[in-house]
Design a protein around this ligand. Structure first.
Ligand code: SAH
Ligand code: SF4
Ligand code: F3S
Length: 461
């Protein structure tokens, strides 16, 4: 399937840069896998590369600007090395297509979100024929976007697996449905096969990815929903942990809530974007739930699974958002006390419904609201981290801590990062850690020796 393309010459050097969300990270990893299987060698320094693959994001104007300025900065490298091939993939590529190629004459190829699985073939064509081109793929071919081939690199302790592509929700502010296309679910057996492959390579935790995972299953031959998929993965694989993101509140069922207590492998963490606290704003965003419905679901979820941690996305300054509307958002985060939120100023995106709305909120007002929201949430997040001190938590050890202080790092089921002293060989194990100290974004703990959920501690502790 993956014949080496460059048997006779030295391996070409590939540099991949990813902007945007976990979907893009997943796609970049598939690009790396496909091209390394074809003989490419991955380099960390883009100055050394023969091929640069840029995976782009257009979710907010700022994200897109970053891509444009990065692409601009590559002109110098192309001038120094005219044989360098520069490829743009991802959501800006899909959105702008030929326009992107016209704008940057040093760009060789634009590959849309549905054509990225053909990157190996397209790159070979580019090298053989030398012609620049735009490839946006085929919306009709459901399998094409999932079909990347097998693993070739060692994936580590945790890995992502895409279970669906695209989105049908068309929230008024969001460009994702137009750049990722309509929702398509991947067949359960293909998901299981990829998970088993990852498990054989040592993966212990899988993050299931989709823009709206809890509508999984629509359009598949087999009748299965997202809870059904979770139950199947839990019973038919040996994974220690399963996570997923993102869920739309309107599709959060009691059946899915029950999974958090019924499936031992399912981490007690849910990212449930609320976006706004005022009903008028939610309706104009086309979110299809009310503040009350959201709060009811959170209350039910916490009754079913009291230990669950919650995170959310919030947009401030949506067109027409009044001071009173914003106060409703502040009250909502006060009431829910999320463990963490990701918050953004509204950004006009092309071809979205909201971009045509009147009453745009002035940038300085949105910025002030965002600062107020983030300031208060930082206090709440820290207070919640403080509540962890003194508890003993199971942690999946992911590897050496980023602080490079000789400590190891992992996450609790509730998705909190914990750093603690432990042997390197604990990587990939679930260990018990007593939490000693809380910081803004992480915890410090102490390994409880001799205890691991995996039973055999291999004489490590
Ligand atoms: N499918 C996911 C993620 C979508 S993009 C979901 O529905 O939650 C991630 C986040 O970016 C969104 O939740 C939203 O908060 C934010 N976002 C999307 N479009 C935006 C825009 N035009 N302006 C500001 N924030 C936006
Ligand atoms: Fe965008 Fe809404 Fe779909 Fe999320 S659910 S990707 S915010 S349209
Ligand atoms: Fe960005 Fe595309 Fe993800 S727009 S957020 S990279 S789906």
């Amino acid at each position: 399937m993956s014949e080496p393309l460059f048997e006779l010459c030295s391996p070409r050097r590939l540099y991949v840069r990813t902007f945007g969300c976990q979907m893009n990270e997943y796609d970049s990893l598939q690009v790396l896998r496909q091209l390394t299987a074809q003989g490419y060698e991955v380099v960390e320094d883009m100055e050394l590369a023969d091929v640069i693959f840029l995976n782009t994001c257009s979710v907010r104007a700022k994200a897109e600007q970053k891509v444009h300025s990065f692409l601009g900065s590559l002109r110098r490298l192309k001038q120094a090395n005219p044989d360098l091939k520069i490829i743009a993939g991802g959501c800006v590529a899909q959105q702008l297509g030929q326009k992107l190629l016209n704008r940057f004459d040093h760009l060789d190829m634009v590959i849309g979100t549905r054509a990225v699985n053909s990157v190996g073939k397209l790159l070979k064509q580019l090298i053989d024929k030398g012609s620049r081109g735009v490839f946006l793929g085929d919306e009709g071919n459901i399998d094409s976007c999932f079909d990347f081939g097998g693993l070739s690199s060692s994936p580590g302790v945790t890995a992502s697996v895409t279970i669906m592509q695209g989105c049908n929700n068309h929230c008024a502010y969001c460009i994702v449905p137009s750049v990722r296309g309509a929702e398509r679910s991947r067949r359960p057996e293909d998901i299981l096969e990829e998970i088993r492959l990852l498990e054989r390579a040592g993966v212990r935790e899988v993050l299931l990815l989709g823009q709206n995972v809890n509508s999984y299953g629509r359009g598949l031959e087999e009748e299965i929903n997202f809870s059904g998929l979770l139950r199947r993965i839990a019973s038919q694989t040996g994974l220690a942990r399963i996570r997923f993101t993102t869920s739309h509140p309107k599709d959060l069922t009691e059946d899915l809530m029950d999974c958090f207590t019924q499936l031992g492998q399912l981490c007690k963490f849910l990212h449930l974007p609320v976006q706004a606290g005022a009903n008028g704003v939610l309706a104009r965003m086309k979110r299809r739930y009310t503040r009350e419905a959201y709060l009811e679901k959170v209350a039910l979820l916490r009754r079913i699974c009291p230990d669950i941690a919650l995170s959310s996305d919030v947009i401030v300054g949506f067109p027409g958002e009044t001071e009173e509307d914003f106060t409703k958002t502040m009250e909502l985060i006060e009431e829910v006390r999320f463990d963490n939120i990701f918050s953004f100023c509204y950004s006009d995106r092309p071809n979205t419904r909201a971009s045509g709305f009147e009453d745009k909120v002035e940038a300085h007002i949105s910025a002030r609201r965002l600062a107020q929201l983030q300031g208060r949430q930082a206090e709440i997040s820290f207070a919640k981290n403080l509540l962890e001190v003194g508890k003993t938590r199971e942690v999946l050890v992911e590897g050496a801590s980023k602080a490079s202080n000789g400590q190891m790092s992992g996450r609790t089921s509730q998705n909190r990062i914990v750093n603690f002293e432990a042997p390197q060989s604990s990587t990939g194990k679930i260990v018990e850690v007593k939490i000693l100290e809380a910081y803004a974004h992480s915890l410090r703990g102490e390994l409880i020796r001799g205890k691991t959920r995996d039973g055999d501690d291999g004489g490590l502790f």
